[in-house]
Each structure stands twice: as C-alpha cells, then as structure tokens.
Design a binder for this molecule. Structure first.
Ligand code: AMP
Length: 302
C-alpha cells in the first residue's frame, strides 16, 4: 500500500558544538519520505526552488520516491537554520525562510488521489488541510505539527485534528496544545479533539502511544553518539506511517510495531547529518536494531 507524504522540503544549515554544515537536504517531508521508503512506496507532494540541487532529486529517486507531485518553481527553496547546544535536546532556530512555500497551493496528480495512507508531515495546518481535502477516502491519516502552528494557527490545527486518525507530536508540543503538565493527561485530552491515536515523542526517552483502549510506552534506543538530531521526529513518523501502510492493518499489534520501527529509523538517522545514515541503511540493520528494542523492553525472562 502506498503512502502520500506532504510537508517541507528544505535546504538546512545545522550547527552543533562540534560541526557545522550548510545547504543540507532537510525538511519534514524529506526525512519522512526517505524513512518511509524502507517500508512502502511513497508519493511525495512538495515544492522546491530552481536552486534545489540535482543530487537531492537523485537521492529521492534512489529510494524509489514518486516525484510526480514535486513542483519545481522559480525562486529559492525553503531554508531553515538551527543550532544545538551540548545538550542536544536543546535547539535554537536561527532562521526560517519559506521562499517558494509562501504561495504553494498544490493540486494532487490524479493518480495520487486514491493513495490509501497519508502522512501530513510538519507544515502549516492550512496546507495540510488543503492536501488532505484532495485525497479520496483515505484509509488512515497521520499528521505531525509544531509549536509555531499551535501558537499561530490554532483554529486550522483544531480543524485538522477532527479529520485525522493519528497525531504525532513531541512532549513540549503536547503540553502546549493542551496547556497541561502531565503528558498522560495531555495525551488523553488530545484524543478528545479528534484523532483516535496520539503518539507523544519524548526524544531520547522514547515515546508514548495513546488510544481510548490502549496505552503503550516504547523505550529509546541506547545510542551513545548523536551527531545531528534534526529530523528524528520526521523520520519516526514517516517510518511509523510507512510500516502501517506496508502491513495495511491498523490494530494494537501493528501500531506498537510501527512505534518501534519509527524509533529504529529515527535512531539511525541521528547518527549523521541530514539523511546521510539512511543512505547506507539496510533491511538487515533495521531488523537487528528492532531486535535490540525487543530485548530492551521485554521484562519477563522465559
Ligand atoms: P525536526 O528536527 O523533526 O523538528 O525537523 C527538522 C526539519 O524541520 C528541518 O529539516 C527543517 O527544514 C524543518 N522545519 C523547520 N521549521 C519548519 C517549519 N516552520 N515548517 C516546516 N518545516 C520546518
């Protein structure tokens, strides 16, 4: 089953206390699409400027990402710059330039419209709604968001929540959306806003999955070396949605596994800048790390 993904496609500048890189391939949709491509065919919807490097187009192609919904417009690609502290959980956004995204109103190619699974990666909720409205009877819709939209676009975000099946967001965003310090109460309160499932990511501390009749707490991979945490959340959600599309089944069992596959891909991605680590990732690597997660969270000895 294929998965439609929309979101930002960016040229990122990323600074950590030890390294700095410019014009890296980034954006929520880029991370999500490559992560999902390990599980299922991806139909990408997005826009880049005329400055977008050909090698990044080739990178999507290498992963079999369908680019019929990728618009190349006159002008500059979306750009984002961020800086991490020694504590890599702390990041400062240095600049954001929407550029060609400012006027982006995509029309989906006809053959995208019946894509059964949809992941609306982080971008304005107005744009997420615009894309979703063109998909005909999707089976399962996952969305991500960020603090910026909670603060500046709450109404369209609440409208979006009534139309999706699953919201994926990080812990500070969950607290901000609900104005609540307890993550458990926040997760349950978000369920009341529309989605049947909510995943709250806790960075290096794993994540929580909520439904009315389900609570699942997944551990994080015990990673020693983090080079660049950018896009971890997007990789998580892309792989999560990609796995559900692959098995074409949404139940407690597949959701738990999807959370673990999401965590596996995210843990690989932070091992290098941009999408570098996912370029050499194999199905065997994924299976081995999935097994580490299984061992790490199994508490009854045989
Ligand atoms: P994450 O680390 O999961 O927060 O995602 C980082 C990616 O989000 C970067 O590659 C950025 O290009 C992209 N990004 C940053 N700000 C925005 C924004 N306002 N809308 C969409 N994407 C963004």
């Amino acid at each position: 089953m294929s998965l439609l993904i929309t979101g930002s496609i960016a040229l990122d500048s990323v600074k950590t206390p030890v390294e700095q890189h410019h014009d890296l391939l980034g954006g929520s949709a880029s991370y999500a699409a490559i992560a999902a491509s390990f599980f299922t065919p991806v139909n990408l919807v997005g826009i880049v400027g005329s400055d977008f490097p050909k090698q990044y187009i080739e990178l999507y192609q290498k992963h079999g990402v369908n680019l019929d919904g990728l618009q190349v417009a006159e002008g500059q690609t979306f750009r984002w710059a961020g800086e991490y502290e020694w504590d890599m959980n702390r990041r400062r956004t240095l600049s954001v330039c929407l550029n060609v995204f400012e006027t982006f109103q995509p029309r989906l190619p006809e053959h995208y419209k019946n894509t059964p699974y949809v992941f609306l990666a982080n971008i304005s909720p107005q744009l997420q709604l615009h894309v979703l409205a063109q998909v005909e009877r999707p089976k399962f819709v996952v969305a991500d968001t960020m603090d910026l939209w909670i603060e500046t676009a709450k109404e369209p975000l609440l409208a979006l929540l009534r139309m999706i099946d699953c919201l994926v967001l990080n812990e500070s965003e969950a607290r901000e959306l609900i104005d609540e310090t307890s993550l458990i109460r926040a997760g349950r309160a978000i369920l009341k806003l529309g989605p049947k499932f909510v995943v709250i990511k806790k960075g290096e501390h794993g994540c929580l999955l909520f439904a009315n009749d389900l609570f699942f707490s997944a551990p994080a991979y015990p990673l020693e070396d983090i080079h660049d945490p950018t896009g971890a959340g997007d990789c998580f959600a892309g792989a999560f949605a990609g796995y559900l599309a692959k098995v074409d089944r949404v139940n407690h069992d597949s959701l738990r596994k999807a959370v673990i596959y999401g965590s596996v891909i995210a843990s690989f991605n932070v091992e290098s800048f941009s999408l570098g680590r996912l370029q050499t990732l194999t199905q065997r690597d994924i299976a081995e790390r999935y097994e580490v997660f299984r061992q790490a969270s199994h508490f009854e000895t045989p």
